[in-house]
Design a protein around this ligand. Structure first.
Ligand SMILES: *Cc1c(COP(=O)(O)O)cnc(C)c1O
Length: 357
């Protein structure tokens, strides 16, 4: 037998892992700097690490109390009702739940190009069709209401990434509001704020409160350094928040993930250090890299380096892994994640050597 026709589906290309690259190049993993997946260079919050250790002994039970506690804490923090918080297996899991809740077979979604691959992947898994709006390099990747509305044609879901991956640009709240107002009442505007903590700008959560057609995606993978435990959440309008009960995979977030998330939310010091270091690193890269870059509101910087694939390979031989953006449709750009000060300085120095040779 065969699976259903998957020829229209794409394979997610993750940034390369340290172990994988070290093995291939015969290097010690400790000598490598990985700035390819927008992970937290400080690791998880130490409090989350302790919580994960403590939770190990309760791994035999389904997560009920921890799930409810985390939902409650997030609801408090965002000033929404607990039903409006949709816990999931990473931000990607939230995208799946929104697809499940919104898409009937053949419905169309509108995604950014270049942009985060999983929007389209999730829509296709749920028998949706994918259309794109262009985020134009000629226009310095500007994100305005027109960027989206010029290509909008009644799609059921429109995805906005703010700050945007891989460019680092963001939408103003006014632009998001215009997009929600100008699109059909039955079009859901999903605002992906995976990098929201790194931006010196307000969340779109107030629109979720005021409207029924805006939902947010947030994650513990980036600022909280918990990419490995897979934890994210949506914030959705109260009007249809109860759909969660009908679409979620039971026990959407694990006991260990929920305990880690609860601890991470209380560790303000870790989050503050992460955000401050990213802000420093963005400026350092932009000032010191011998290549054009774009202003970023995330924990990464996009740089134009010529043949990105060749540059990333050469840089990797020097022990620094960055993200070649060819799979995003930007074959002349790499995306450099903000590291610690030492990692960021080493990456910039190595990349400048590669660019000079
Ligand atoms: C990292 C990321 C996510 C969420 O990733 P998870 O690890 O699944 O939480 C969502 N959107 C964008 C744009 C991202 O870069």
């Amino acid at each position: 037998m065969e699976p259903r026709d998957l020829s229209g589906h794409t394979v997610y290309q993750a940034g390369r892992g340290v172990e994988e690259v070290a093995r291939e190049l015969g290097l010690d993993p400790d000598d490598l700097v990985k700035l390819a997946s927008n992970e937290n260079p400080f690791g998880p919050s130490p409090d989350a690490v302790a919580a994960i250790r403590d939770a190990a002994g309760s791994a035999s039970s389904y997560p009920k109390a921890s799930h409810a506690d985390l939902v409650e804490k997030l609801a408090d923090r965002w000033d929404v009702a607990p039903e409006q918080v949709w816990l999931a297996n990473g931000g990607d899991g939230v995208l799946d739940y929104l697809s499940r809740a919104m898409l009937a077979p053949g419905d169309q979604v509108l995604v950014p190009d270049p942009g985060f691959a999983y929007y389209g992947m999730s829509a296709r898994y749920h028998h949706g069709e994918v259309r794109e709006y262009g985020v134009s390099k000629a226009d310095d990747f500007a994100l305005t209401a027109e960027t989206v509305l010029d290509d909008y044609d009644g799609e059921r879901v429109v995805y906005l990434t703010s700050p945007h991956n891989p460019t680092g640009k963001r939408f103003d709240l006014d632009a998001i509001e215009s997009i929600a107002a100008e699109t059909d009442p039955d079009t859901l505007v999903v605002v992906d704020e995976a990098y929201g903590e790194f931006a010196d700008a307000p969340s779109a959560v107030e629109l979720v409160d005021e409207r029924e057609d805006v939902a947010l995606v947030r994650t513990f993978s980036k600022v909280y350094g918990l990419a490995g435990v897979r934890l994210g959440y949506g914030i959705v309008p109260e009007a249809w928040a109860d759909a969660y009960a009908r679409v979620n995979t039971p026990f959407a977030a694990s006991e260990i993930a929920c305990r880690a998330g609860l601890a991470a939310l209380d560790d303000d010091e870790h989050a503050r250090k992460t955000v401050e270091t990213a802000a420093w690193a963005r400026e350092y890269v932009r000032e010191n890299l011998d290549a054009p870059t774009w202003e970023s509101h995330g924990n990464f910087v996009l740089a134009e380096v010529g043949d990105a694939s060749a540059v990333a390979d050469e840089l990797q031989r020097r022990g620094v892994i960055v993200r070649d953006c060819t799979s995003f449709g930007l074959p002349d750009c790499v995306r450099i994640t903000c590291g610690t000060e030492a990692e960021t300085e080493r990456a910039v120095a190595a990349l400048n050597e590669v660019l000079a040779s």
